[in-house]
Design a protein around this ligand. Sequence first.
Ligand code: MN
Length: 732
Amino acid sequence: MIRITDILDEAQKYMSKSDLEMIEKAYIFSASVHQGQVRLSGEPYLTHPLEVAGILVSMRLDVATIITGLLHDTVEDTLATLDQIEESFGKEVAFLVDGLTKISKIVFASRLEQQADYFKKMILAMSSDIRILMVRLADRLHNMRTLQYHKPERKIFIARETLEVYAPLAGRLGINWIKTELEDLALKHLDPEGYNELIERVAMKKEERERYTEEIREIIQKKIQDFGLKGVVKGRAKHFYSIYKKMHEQHLNFDEVYDLTAFRIILDSNKEKECYEALSVVHALWKPVPGRFKDYIAMPKANNYRSLHTTVIGPYGERVEIQIRTKEMDDWAENGIAAHWRYKEGNVASLEDDSQIKQLRELLESQKEYQDAAEFMKNLKLALYPDEVYVFTPKGEVKSFPRGATPIDFAYSIHTDVGHTCVGAKVNRNIVPLKYQLKNGDTVEILTHPGQKPSKDWLKYTVSSRARSKIRQWIKTEERERSVSLGRDILERELKKRNISFNRFLKEPAFKEFLEDQSPSNIEDMLALIGYGKMSAQHVINHVYGTEAKEKNIEKKKEDTKLFERIKHPLKKTSAAGISVRGIDDIMVRFAKCCTPLPGDEIVGYITRGRGVSVHLASCPQVQEMDPERIIEVHWEVEKGQTFPVNIRIFCTDKKGLLAELSNVISNLGINISRADVATYPDQRATFDFLLNVNDLAQYKKLVSELKKLKNVHSIERQREAGERSGHRLMS
Ligand code: MN
């Protein structure tokens, strides 16, 4: 088991005293928060962060990375908070630990083959600082080394994830030793039988092979020395997974896999020229196999791996695989990106121009002032997937967007309504504006407000097709609604000039005809056209009423519009006059003198100028000449005992005592007479006018039928006029 002192021993080889103190401090912090936690192996949990830090220090990574290794599980698995870490170890470490916490939350679904690439990309993209990925790889390496303690399904799951995501990631970064170890460990758990058989087979001929390896090694070593080159020759067994893969992919038996051992010539000098010289030595010694020579110096691999590869026919007629490279190339081949900064001082061999590595280099070169590992690592951002950005929901769900995405894109990805009402966002707990461009690893929380509406400007700040189409759709709908409502306003205003109500207009048969001729023939579309200004309201109205329609009533309109507006409201309450008027209870109501309606009669109200509402018989001829816009609905609301005036004229033959007879009939029905006039004519005709107070129409009708029974009564008329009349007054 590794101890903190081992780590410090290793670290002191390249770190300052204050760095070592920080590492010790991180160890103490980690020990205290992980206290009491135990790994599945039964060991204290602390062994895990220690091992991870040990792996990182062996790669000579900077102090922040080592500290992060010690702390990488604290936020995820203990009560420690990011704030605490920032307070004790600074922003940089807190940032790295946060990145690791986020990556550890990624849930890797079961359809590995399809998703592995996605996850590789995502992890790379999220590792906005390469050190996050380094710690993650070290973390995974130690977990793989201790995988045997997990349950079978869990073992398989982690092993597959390792083989399909993490080993290729290590390869991508050129860290070959991690890649190969991860592959072998994954194989051990994914196919234990195949793995064990392979180990046995390799072990069976171990002595023989070791003897052979040493023999070949010595021959090469001697030849290159004779040639005057300085360097070492290594012979080493290939890792199990590569043999296993070869057997399976090429359908070979173990015995058919000839090159179990690979030889490597590592030259002391950093001159490429010497690699080619060594190659010529080897090819002079043994016959090369045609088509097996590869020059990765002239054309490096994507991860900047550089080396010469060749296969020759060895002394026993067997194939021998040989790699030739400089020390520096070898360090890169094993440690990849992790090795790079070590060559910063002094003469760095030039990195070749693979586009991805080129991006990394450009980044480096833009940071001329970096002096040490920490600076180098801090500035080494991954730019491998420039087109995508990966961010988190507050619940830790990962979402990917095209680069340049903003909180608006994020909001629409949750729900259309969230998008429509989005006012801003909290990114990593800080409020940002809608224009903010999301960065890898951001945790995004959308802020909404019910009053918010999308605007055309949003199209400038969105890149996801979903957000853009939802915004466009909203704008289109909104514009239409506005146009319909505007169109209606315009049409109503035009109609008002002619004293025509909108509702009445809609009912006009001529309008319906007009509409039917339109395409599409619905009112909303027509109003929208008016609103857009594509059709004039005047045109529509003229079509219905003709251009003749005089706007004669315009002057009248300057009337009591206040009252008019009040009456538009819904029915409220009875008025004292025995009439209820729609919408108001304190309006002055009077009965028109022209027709003196009675309860039971069909009536209408007329809004007068400044004199309230006058109530007429619906059949009153005056009503027919009134402004229809001012005619309103009124209802009888009679209280018990309430009476109403009515004028009647009785045509009869003049006869003595007739007045008494008439009065008698009226009184007998309980009707009060307020006034009576009589007029006599030379031909014995007479007319009696009575102003009576009756309860209602029914009582009046009863009276009429009683009066008609009298012998000298010819006919009875209900008078519309209650005004003064000629003749002499009899009673009052
Ligand atoms: Mn861990």
